[in-house]
Design a binder for this molecule. Structure first.
Ligand code: PTJ
Length: 249
């Protein structure tokens, strides 16, 4: 569908179109469209901008990945449809391979997503030759070169319990989830409460700017509970502000 640039909701509508196009290409599952709707709702309530708490988490995430021995970026259908090019660039800068990891797994879709990412020159793992113990659903299927041996894993747009299991396996987990109340946000070591379409470009910027000697300090000063608290308070404050505006007169 042709969306005029003058439309006040242009960016939001274009983002939807990317998902629909990803769905038609077999990258995104129907459930992914529903998940996006939930994300849109939280983004709307948060004012559709990267708040300070998101920027701080994005910076800490980049520092953690730069300090890691085996950082890996997990990619699902929605992520591939929305930010294939940007996440490939981030992967190259951070020297963190991409790994296709799906909740609604099929060999065909995993390979289609890998192909989409490879177009942008990233290293993509999708052998699915190993299993993460402790998970019963398809996210247990991992690559022996990637998530299985990773020490830090970036998990955008997750759906629940894998974060906890990854941590039980001794890995540090960075989540990108615009919902600060989600199980994933609550369980992660670093919770990026931001829309992925802003989070990845912000992370690219930090990855280019951060100096090696500052990485440890960034991590030392980072407090994820505070970040999540600020995100929840931002929801409250934004709603209070809007209610106040409606109350005038
Ligand atoms: O491709 P698959 O098979 O791995 O499936 C992917 C989905 C997204 C369907 C699957 O992981 C799923 O069901 O996820 P959930 O449980 O809906 O969780 C996704 C989380 O991501 C929710 O908390 C949403 O609020 C959040 N979210 C959705 N869109 C965005 C987002 N967060 C940041 N940016 C977004 N654009």
């Amino acid at each position: 569908m042709e969306i005029p640039k003058s439309h006040p909701r242009y960016l939001s509508l274009i983002t939807r179109e990317k998902l629909v196009s990803g769905f038609k290409k077999g990258l995104v599952v129907p459930e992914g469209l529903i998940a996006h709707g939930r994300g849109e709702c939280f983004d709307y309530i948060l004012g559709e901008k990267s708040h300070d708490f998101a920027l701080e988490a994005e910076k800490a995430a980049v520092a953690l990945m730069l300090l890691a021995d085996h950082p890996v970026i997990s990619v699902n259908g929605n992520t591939a449809a929305l930010v294939a090019e940007e996440i490939s660039e981030l992967s190259k800068i951070l020297k963190a391979p991409l790994e296709v990891n799906l909740f609604h797994w099929s060999r065909e879709r995993a390979e289609a997503i890998a192909k989409e990412l490879e177009k942008f020159g990233a290293v993509v793992y999708c052998k699915g030759d190993a299993e993460l113990e402790g998970i019963e659903h398809s996210r247990r299927i991992v690559d022996s070169r990637g998530i299985l041996k990773a020490d830090v894993v970036l998990v955008p747009l997750e759906d629940g319990d894998r974060c906890e299991i990854l941590r039980r396996h001794g890995k540090k987990v960075i989540a990108i989830d615009i919902n600060p109340l989600s199980r994933t946000s609550r369980m992660a070591d670093v919770s990026i409460v931001d829309n992925i379409i802003r989070a990845i470009p912000n992370m690219i910027k930090f990855a280019k700017e951060l100096k090696k000697e500052n990485l440890e300090e960034v991590i030392r000063n980072y407090d994820n509970r505070k970040i999540l608290m600020k995100a929840v308070l931002a929801i409250r404050d934004n709603l209070t502000k809007i209610a106040g505006e409606l109350n005038v007169g």
